[in-house]
Design a protein around this ligand. Structure first.
Ligand SMILES: C[S@@+](CC[C@H](N)C(=O)[O-])C[C@H]1O[C@@H](n2cnc3c(N)ncnc32)[C@H](O)[C@@H]1O
Length: 387
């Protein structure tokens, strides 16, 4: 496919998304209907679609609408692309621009310039203070690709050498001793022997730093209460000899965990909700709670536009309930760690404050916030100690 034909494909996919289709589904449906597209075409089209989704408000303001063509005009304009070289109408390229489609450099308001939903701006600003504009700006761009070296199996340096043999270039990242930033040929990772044999896992660098901040050294029995796919379960197990347990309110989300654990050479016991009490108490319970995802909008930009005040209220209610349900599973003297991939204080510091104000037998041991300005996703982690 020509570069312009890929842009036309992205326009059609963006139209599907505008009609309510989730981005992944729209991309898959398009790929099924376009067997002629190769893997490089699909990757480039995906990049166009996600570039637009990260910058939807500014693209719509500049391009003059929320349909695929207007959004793409806004996106290409922001990237400094000569629109007439793309909108030629030749072959499978988008049709030439009409006069009223030509962007006229509109003045953007703050929500548009930052690509943050208007209703969220006060909360964004109060949560991030003087970093609000910079964090919003970095969320408008692609995230780096990070790997975690499985320190049970390899070292960061050896893993980087093994990747280099596959022409994947990478370097250590200061956020965590296990973190590796991939700087070239990231699309080859899933075929690389180091990945296939469990020496490296795909995991954000701040996610790894969060696990480094947990009191794993004193724990012999650990529960990952919101384990999901088990990214943090595996990262904790790589740093600890504790017996590792994983639970999720939706056990299907843990379906790949046994295979991933085997690949990493790690033993994990999956627990159903009704097995938690009889298996506990635990020295450390990690609650990596469902959240707005506002720290990872570079990777999952649709979440930025799906978040509403109602959804945020609902999610903060679930977070408070998770803390309440998980706290009794911690042994006296043990730790409860609460984490989110959000940068919003209502999901982070406010939750910890509310938890502690209702419980005199708990104290805050450590608290850390990461923003994408640190290199990885935005994350929050607090470690609470039970007396
Ligand atoms: C942020 S994700 C976890 C990601 C995972 N820890 C990882 O590192 O890959 C949050 C998880 O919490 C689960 N969840 C939602 N409500 C829950 C509840 N009340 N109790 C336990 N898990 C819950 C969701 O199913 C989801 O898998």
């Amino acid at each position: 496919m020509t570069p312009a034909a890929r842009i036309q494909a992205a326009i059609e996919i963006l139209d599907q998304i505008a009609a309510g289709e989730p981005a992944e589904k729209a991309l898959t449906s398009w790929a099924r209907s376009a067997r002629y597209a190769g893997s490089k075409d699909r990757a480039a089209i995906r990049d166009h679609v996600f570039d637009v989704l990260r910058q939807k408000l500014s693209c719509a303001a500049i391009g003059g609408g929320l349909n695929g063509r207007a959004l793409m005009i806004g996106s290409l304009t922001q990237a400094g692309t000569d629109l007439d070289s793309v909108f030629t109408g030749e072959g499978h390229a988008p049709s030439p621009l009409a006069d009223d489609e030509r962007p006229d450099a509109p003045a953007l308001d703050v929500a548009e310039a930052w690509d943050i939903p208007e209703w969220l701006l006060p909360l964004w600003q109060s949560s991030l203070g003087d970093k609000a504009a910079e964090v919003a700006e970095i969320q408008r761009h692609r995230a780096p690709v990070f790997l975690r070296a499985n320190l049970r199996r390899t070292t960061t340096e050896e893993a980087i050498m093994a990747l280099a043999a596959q022409e994947i270039t990478a370097q250590p990242h200061p956020l965590s001793p296990s973190a590796i930033e991939v700087t070239g040929n990231a699309r080859r990772i899933k075929q690389a022997p180091a990945y296939l044999t469990g020496e490296v896992e795909l995991q954000d660098a701040a996610s790894q730093a969060l696990v480094d901040a947990l009191p794993l050294a004193d724990a012999s029995k650990v529960l990952d209460y919101c384990a999901g796919g088990g990214g943090k379960t595996l990262a904790m197990a790589a740093l600890s000899s504790a017996t590792m347990h994983a639970h999720d309110a939706n056990p299907r989300r843990m379906k790949d965990l046994p295979d991933r654990a085997e690949r990493a050479g790690i033993a994990v016991r999956l627990l159903k909700t009704n097995e938690l009490k009889e298996t506990g108490p635990f020295d450390l319970v990690l609650c990596d709670a469902p959240c707005s995802g506002s720290g990872s909008w570079r990777r999952a930009p649709e979440g930025k536009w799906r978040l509403t005040p109602g959804v945020l209220d609902e999610v903060t209610g679930i977070q408070a309930q998770i803390l309440e349900d998980a706290a009794p599973l911690v042994v006296s003297g043990g730790a409860l760690a609460y984490a989110t991939c959000s940068v919003l204080s209502v999901e982070n510091q406010d939750q910890i404050e509310a938890f502690l104000s209702a419980r005199l037998d708990w104290t805050l041991e450590t608290e850390r916030s990461f923003t994408p300005l640190d290199g990885g996703d935005g994350f929050f982690v607090a470690v609470l100690r039970k007396s």
